[in-house]
Design a protein around this ligand. Structure first.
Ligand code: APR
Length: 245
């Protein structure tokens, strides 16, 4: 049975699907990923982006950090694509339990998904490092240089930088969903960044689906590998056409 047909069958038969995704889920919304040939990490900067997006760099060169962060990490006027919409539809139909994402763009929630576990945080959440006050994205996009709270403290995005730990509760909930999942669909991720990529090891079922444009280290472990654009694949499988939203 052709990959798409088998995926359709597994989705039709299940009410316990979990999705695990990365930057490749948002490229069809116009947001570049990190490690594709045209990805963020393959563009030229004074320092490697992974260096800029680290806790050390944030502490030592905050002006440069925020310049890069505003220019490259905040996507303006982007909309959910068919992958986001398909996953929201599967959740609404009671088939998908959770979306676990490494992305920080908030597009899954914008598409209508409710149970979204953001392993690496979100650009939509920002906090004062001194008084803890919450700020929205406009506190960053509407300011210059290092954003400052009314109390004088620095406002920091709720985004996990290199050298920083992931939120323990989000990790635990992700492990619970994956360990109980009937079907685990992984898509749009190179599965190279830990601990996120390590969560896959908790899956105990026999319906591990990988939808990706390039090969990943997990291809041989998957029960079904579909090579292609995840927006097109999930759009076709879930009946989301191009025009919607
Ligand atoms: N459809 C399917 N796959 C796609 C698409 C698409 N439209 N576009 C890109 N891809 C694939 C690429 O082939 C690549 O394998 O998605 C993958 C994206 O991999 P990365 O760029 O490494 O992104 P990701 O896996 O999310 O990176 C993980 O690295 O820098 C950190 O915190 C950052 O969350 C990020 C983490």
């Amino acid at each position: 049975m052709e990959g798409i047909e088998l995926l359709k069958k597994w989705i039709d038969e299940s009410d316990n699907i979990v999705f695990f995704g990365g930057a490749g889920v948002s490229t069809e919304s116009g947001i570049p990923d990190f490690r594709s040939v045209d990805g963020l990490y393959n563009q030229q900067y004074d320092y490697p982006p992974e260096t800029i997006l680290s806790h050390t760099f944030y502490m030592r060169k905050p002006e440069e950090f925020y310049r890069f962060y505003r220019n490259k990490m905040i996507a303006k006027d982007v909309k959910p694509n068919r992958a986001h919409l398909a996953l929201a539809k599967l959740e609404a139909e009671g088939k998908l339990r959770a979306v676990i994402t490494q992305n920080i763009d908030g597009l899954h929630q914008a598409a209508g998904s409710r149970e979204v576990l953001e392993l690496h945080g979100s650009v939509l959440r920002n906090y004062c490092t001194r008084c803890g006050r919450f700020y929205g994205l406009d506190a960053i996009t509407g300011s210059e240089g290092v954003p400052v709270c009314s109390c004088g403290g620095t406002i920091k995005p709720d985004v996990v930088l290199y050298e920083e730990g992931l939120d323990q509760e989000t990790l635990q909930k992700s492990v619970d969903y994956i360990s109980r999942a009937d079907v685990l669909i992984i898509g749009g991720t190179s599965l190279t960044v830990y601990p996120a990529a390590g969560l896959i090891d908790y899956y105990r079922g026999r319906k591990l689906v990988l939808i990706n444009k390039d090969v990943t280290p997990l291809d041989k472990r998957a029960d079904l590998v579909i090579t292609g654009k995840i927006g097109e694949v999930l759009g076709e499988v879930c009946g989301i056409n191009q025009e919607e939203k």
